[in-house]
Design a protein around this ligand. Structure first.
Ligand SMILES: *[C@@H]1O[C@H](CO)[C@@H](O)[C@H](O)[C@H]1NC(C)=O
Length: 315
């Protein structure tokens, strides 16, 4: 514990997911496994898309960006958590904590924007197929990606700069496995009214705008698919957005399930479950949804594994 009224706390304590010593090995193994699966799975997606020129379409470029964001997102929290379990330490420096918070906000925001961009791409592909080439030009694709990255950084920078104004006095203990903005606000001994107001004012459009784009796109997509007369044609049109829809449902389902349904679980536990789903589980399953359900990805992955793309000059 730090001295009372000390404004410059030098470190925070992350209590982790459990305080039971006998559970630490299990948590370590579980999270190490999930971390490796996420990095390898998403890494394979980036590699497959990068090496296969057939997949250099907006949908897959957004997907590669999503995979990159997922690897980065899980890398902000899990390695530090694993290290703390190994060294039996709970401390994280003030600077690391703020950095962790910055990136965790940024990568959730970027996931959100990229899912919106992907929905728009599917909307144009299915509802305006004849104009797809003229609308979804590489320039628009780059623009949407750049806007996503820039906006996410502005959002997390805003929260971080506001958080830096706060004082931390008697307590430096966070009942969590990474530095979460909401918990830091609770811990602070300053008035956090402005921070909470900004959290709401910035958070609301960041979540609702991409969600509105997704909703609007899917309303048009469903109506367009209904108009196709053959069952086979319906299935074909829908299969191109099935993976995206699964990821969207997973992402927003987590938000709704964790934050909107009052459950019998303790609030701290609910926050931790939500955080684990968001920072670890969603990034881990994204590549599986895309590679298992998608014929193009499967074909490209098979090509990659049979090393034709690595050794194009071999007979
Ligand atoms: C992300 O998108 C940009 C612009 O569309 C693209 O140039 C880049 O290769 C993508 N990133 C990854 C990791 O594929």
């Amino acid at each position: 514990m730090h001295r009372r009224n000390q404004s410059t706390i030098s470190e925070f304590l992350l209590l982790g997911l459990s305080n039971q010593p006998e559970q630490q090995n299990l948590i370590f193994a579980l999270f190490l496994g999930m971390y490796l699966v996420t990095v390898v799975g998403n890494g394979l997606i980036i590699l497959t898309i990068g090496l296969d020129s057939y997949l250099h379409t907006p949908m897959y470029i957004f997907l590669a960006n999503l995979s990159f964001a997922d690897i980065s997102s899980i890398s902000t929290s899990v390695p530090k958590m694993l290290m703390n379990i190994q060294t039996k330490s709970q401390s994280i420096s003030y600077e690391s904590c703020i950095t962790q918070m910055y990136f965790s906000i940024m990568f959730v925001a970027i996931d959100n924007f990229l899912l919106g961009a992907m929905a728009y791409d599917r909307f144009v592909a299915i509802c305006h197929p004849l104009n797809y080439m003229t609308i979804m030009q590489p320039r628009l694709c780059i623009l949407l990606t750049v806007i996503s990255w820039v906006l996410s950084n502005i959002v997390s920078l805003t929260h971080t700069l506001l958080l830096l104004q706060l004082l931390f006095c008697d307590s430096n203990t966070l009942p969590h496995f990474f530095c979460d903005l909401a918990l830091l606000l609770e811990l602070s001994c300053s008035d956090t009214m402005i921070n909470e107001l900004v959290l709401f004012l910035v958070g609301l459009p960041v979540i609702t705008f991409p969600f509105a784009v997704i909703l609007f796109s899917y309303i048009c997509i469903v109506r367009a698919v209904m108009r196709i007369s053959s069952t086979e044609g319906k299935w074909k049109a829908f299969s191109t957005c099935g993976s995206h829809l699964t990821v969207v449902l997973l992402f927003y389902g987590t938000i709704v399930g964790v934050y909107f349904f009052p459950s019998s679980t303790h609030r701290d536990d609910r926050d931790k479950i939500g955080a684990v789903l968001f920072t670890v589980v969603t990034p881990m399953v994204n590549p599986f949804i895309y590679s298992l359900r998608n014929k193009d990805m499967k074909g490209a992955l098979r090509k990659l594994i049979s090393r034709k793309s690595f050794l194009p000059l071999m007979p």
